[in-house]
Design a protein around this ligand. Sequence first.
Ligand code: FAD
Length: 77
Amino acid sequence: MTHDTDADVDVAIIGAGPAGATAAALLVRSGLSVHVLERSHFPRFSIGESLLPQCMHILDEAGLLSTVEAGGFQPKN
Ligand SMILES: Cc1cc2nc3c(=O)[nH]c(=O)nc-3n(C[C@H](O)[C@H](O)[C@H](O)COP(=O)(O)OP(=O)(O)OC[C@H]3O[C@@H](n4cnc5c(N)ncnc54)[C@H](O)[C@@H]3O)c2cc1C
């Protein structure tokens, strides 16, 4: 079946949550082409209040840290 999303890409990722978005960013940085399929419209409803410090180096490696920091979220000490 031919479909608009049948692009010729190296990797298809289902879900643009933290896992899918980070994987996509890392794969693109390594030179692969990626197509992310997400059923929700963002920003989507998401429960959560904090981000563990261990996440920061992964966000940095994926090139997403500056965007997260620009969000102006409250730091917790
Ligand atoms: C109540 C609660 C509170 C939490 N609080 C925190 C917190 O404070 N800090 C923190 O770091 N973590 C928190 N978490 C954990 C955090 O939400 C998860 O670890 C994180 O969302 C997991 O990311 P993920 O990408 O694996 O999955 P998800 O975030 O679930 O993303 C999956 C994505 O895939 C999409 N999808 C699913 N099926 C399909 C399909 N068939 N086709 C297309 N798209 C699809 C969904 O729409 C979704 O956008 C909390 C979780 C819960 C439940």
